[in-house]
Design a protein around this ligand. Structure first.
Ligand SMILES: Cc1ncc(COP(=O)(O)O)c(C=O)c1O
Ligand SMILES: [Zn+2]
Length: 439
C-alpha cells in the first residue's frame, strides 16, 4: 500500500512521527508504531519555493486547489470539486457590540458542498483514499464530517459507511442519509464511536477519513489559514479564534501560517491562537487554563454536539500550541452558545450552528477580559451552518397567528406587536405633512 509521492508538479511529502521523527512513506496510518504519537504529513518545503508563490496561487482556481502544491495530493490526481475559498468578511457591527475595531469572520458556514469546513478535509482525504485503492470509505463523526463524507463519496461513486453518536441533531442525520450513505447510529458518545472505528479500520479494509487517513485529512484544514492570509492581502492577523473538537483545525491554521512565513509569502509574525469550547465539553480549554500538558477526558454534555469530543486526539498538542503562541482558551455555557448564534445573526447576517455560537461567545468574552486588545486584528473562524442545528433555537421564535390580508388588519397587528414600526410610520406621515406632501 506504500504510495510514495515522487511528483514533479506536486511537492514531495511523506508521513512522519510527531515525537520521534520516524518516516512512514505514504500509507493509511495515523500513529507511530514505536511511540504511538500521531503522524503528520511533512513536505520538502524548499522544493515548493518556486511553485508556491503569490503569483502561482493567484493564477489557480478560486477554491482550495489553488494551494495544491502544499497539500498531500497523489500524483496525477485532478481534483475538480470547488471546495473552500469562503468569504472573509469585516465584522464591524459585531465588533461594535463587543469592543473590537478590527474584527473579521472567516465564514465556512457557506463552504461548498455541505456547509462546513469539513468539506476541506474530506476532499483531501478522499483523494488519498482513492490512491490507496479503498472502495469503501467512512468516518466517525459529530455530524458535519458525516455530511461531507457522504456527499463527496456519492459524487466520486465510492461506497460510504458512516458512524455517529445516536443523539445527533435530526438535520445532520438527514444531511447524511440523503446522499445514500450507510449511516450507523451508535448507542454511545463520540469517543465510543471513534474507538469502534479504530477497530473497524483494522478489521475491514476501509479508508476511514479521520482514523487511518487522519494525517491526510487534517492537512485539508491548512487551507483555512492560507485563505485568511491571502484574503488579508498576504498579511497575518494578530489573533485567530477557533472552535475545537479534536483539536486539529486550530493546529493546522498555525501550520499554514508557518509555511507561508518559511516560504516568504508573508512577513514573519507570531499570531496568537485562542481556542473555543463548550463548558459541557471542554477538555482542551481546561488543559490550557490549568497549564496541563495532558488531557483529562470528559463525558460531553452540551448542545454544541459538533464539538462534543471528550477525549480529543490532538488535544495535548493543541493546548501546548495555544500556550506557546501566547493565546488562551475559553469555554461557554449552552445559554451563551445560543446567545452567540443570535448575536452573529443579528449583527452580521450570518447564521451559524452551535459551534459558531461557541466561537462568537468566546470571542466576546476574550475582548471583555482584555485578553485581546481593541485595535488588534482578529479573525473569528465560523465553521458550520445554522440550518443544521435549528433544534438549538427551538421555542425562541413562535409562529404568530395569521393576519387577514387587509391593510387595517396589518396596521393593527403591527401596532400590537412592535411599536417601533408603528412609530416609524407615524414619523414618516408627519414629515410628509410638514413637507406639504400628499398621502
Ligand atoms: C462545525 C465544526 N467546527 C469545528 C470543529 C472542530 O474541528 P477539530 O476536530 O479539527 O478541532 C468541528 C469538528 O467536528 C466542527 O464540526
Ligand atoms: Zn514515533
Amino acid at each position: 500500500m506504500d504510495v510514495s509521492c515522487t511528483v514533479t508538479e506536486q511537492t514531495r511529502y511523506e508521513l512522519r512521527c510527531n515525537e520521534c521523527g520516524k518516516s512512514f512513506g505514504n500509507r493509511p496510518l495515523s500513529a507511530c508504531d514505536d511511540c504511538l504519537a500521531p503522524l503528520e504529513v511533512q513536505y520538502d518545503l524548499e522544493s515548493a519555493r518556486s511553485r508556491f508563490t503569490r503569483e502561482a496561487i493567484a493564477a489557480g482556481p478560486a477554491n482550495i486547489w489553488r494551494y495544491k502544491a502544499l497539500l498531500p495530493i497523489p500524483e496525477g490526481y485532478q481534483p475538480d470539486l470547488p471546495v473552500g475559498f469562503t468569504p472573509l468578511v469585516r465584522a464591524k457591527n459585531l465588533g461594535k457590540r463587543i469592543g473590537a475595531d478590527n474584527l473579521y469572520v472567516k465564514n465556512d458556514a457557506v463552504c461548498f458542498p455541505t456547509l462546513s469546513f469539513k468539506d476541506r478535509v474530506v476532499s483531501v482525504a478522499l483523494a488519498n483514499a482513492q490512491a490507496f485503492g479503498f472502495t469503501t470509505v467512512g468516518c466517525s463523526s459529530t455530524g458535519n464530517l458525516a455530511n461531507s463524507v457522504a456527499a463527496q463519496a456519492a459524487r466520486l461513486g465510492i461506497k460510504a459507511c458512516i458512524l455517529v453518536p445516536a443523539d445527533l441533531e435530526a438535520a445532520k442525520i438527514l444531511n447524511t442519509q440523503v446522499y445514500n450513505a450507510r449511516l450507523v447510529r451508535i448507542d454511545g458518545n463520540y469517543d465510543h464511536v471513534n474507538r469502534l472505528c479504530t477497530q473497524i479500520a483494522d478489521e475491514y479494509n476501509w479508508g476511514l477519513v479521520n482514523v487511518n487517513l487522519r494525517p491526510y485529512y487534517a492537512e485539508g484544514s491548512k487551507t483555512v489559514g492560507y485563505e485568511i492570509a491571502e484574503q488579508l492581502g498576504w498579511k497575518l492577523p494578530d489573533n485567530v479564534v477557533c472552535p475545537m473538537a479534536g483539536g486539529s483545525l486550530i493546529r493546522k491554521i498555525r501550520k499554514a501560517f508557518k509555511e507561508l512565513i518559511a516560504l516568504g509569502l508573508v512577513e514573519p509574525k507570531e499570531v496568537r491562537f485562542f481556542g473555543a469550547q463548550a463548558t459541557g465539553c471542554s477538555p482542551i480549554s481546561q488543559a490550557v487554563k490549568n497549564g496541563w500538558d495532558y488531557i483529562e477526558p470528559q463525558k460531553p454534555n452540551t448542545i454544541a454536539r459538533s464539538l462534543a469530543i471528550g477525549n480529543p486526539a490532538d488535544g495535548p498538542a493543541a493546548a501546548k500550541m495555544i500556550r506557546e503562541t501566547g493565546g488562551w482558551a475559553e469555554d461557554v455555557s449552552d445559554v451563551e452558545i445560543v446567545s452567540g448564534i443570535q448575536e452573529l445573526a443579528e449583527s452580521e447576517g450570518i447564521f451559524t450552528e452551535t459551534a459558531g455560537g461557541v466561537t462568537t461567545a468566546v470571542t466576546a468574552r476574550l475582548y471583555a477580559q482584555g485578553r485581546i486588545g481593541r485595535d488588534e486584528t482578529t479573525v473569528v473562524c465560523i465553521t458550520g451552518n445554522g440550518l443544521k442545528t435549528t433544534d438549538a433555537l427551538e421555542g425562541r421564535f413562535l409562529a404568530e397567528p395569521a393576519v387577514k390580508p387587509k391593510l387595517a388588519a396589518f396596521d393593527e397587528y403591527l401596532r400590537s406587536v412592535d411599536s417601533s414600526f408603528a412609530s416609524a410610520n407615524e414619523t414618516e406621515e408627519a414629515e410628509l405633512e410638514l413637507a406639504g406632501g400628499v398621502k
